[in-house]
Design a protein around this ligand. Sequence first.
Ligand code: OFO
Length: 171
Amino acid sequence: MLNKKVQKAINDQITAELYSANLYLSMSAWFDSMNLKGFANWMRVQYQEETFHALKFYDYVLSRQGSVTLAGIDAPATVWKSPLNAFEETLKHEQHVTSLINNLAFLAQEEKDLATGILLQWYVTEQIEEEANAEGILQKLKLAGDDPGALFMIDNELAARVYTPPAAVGA
Ligand code: OFO
């Protein structure tokens, strides 16, 4: 049986992950409208990753005989000043999500919920990658500056990203 405080916090995190999914899908549409198809692809894959993050929590709650409570999701922005600005916002958002995951991990510790603590280790590690990915692209965009050729090279590189689902939900 899932501790009620932990269950509420996980349900809130499901909402936060679904917001992340919508944010990146919105960015994908914006990049597409700019004809930056590689960036659009990268963001669309990110949307799939975020959906996975939400479903992993969802499946966990159900596997502990808990209740999933879905809440309304705030509308994401629809335009950004530049690709650089979109990735600044992405990094800022991921840093925020890292703090949410850390707080959830601290709560699981306080409530002596070892199973949730183990689940959260996966998310703590995942957030390292989430921040590093955004940071890496942000640095490239800073180096590219106003050079359209450099921007198109990054766009080509991001076109290669493919969504690879983890072996199994709950893995
Ligand atoms: Fe779910 O990690 Fe990004 O937001």
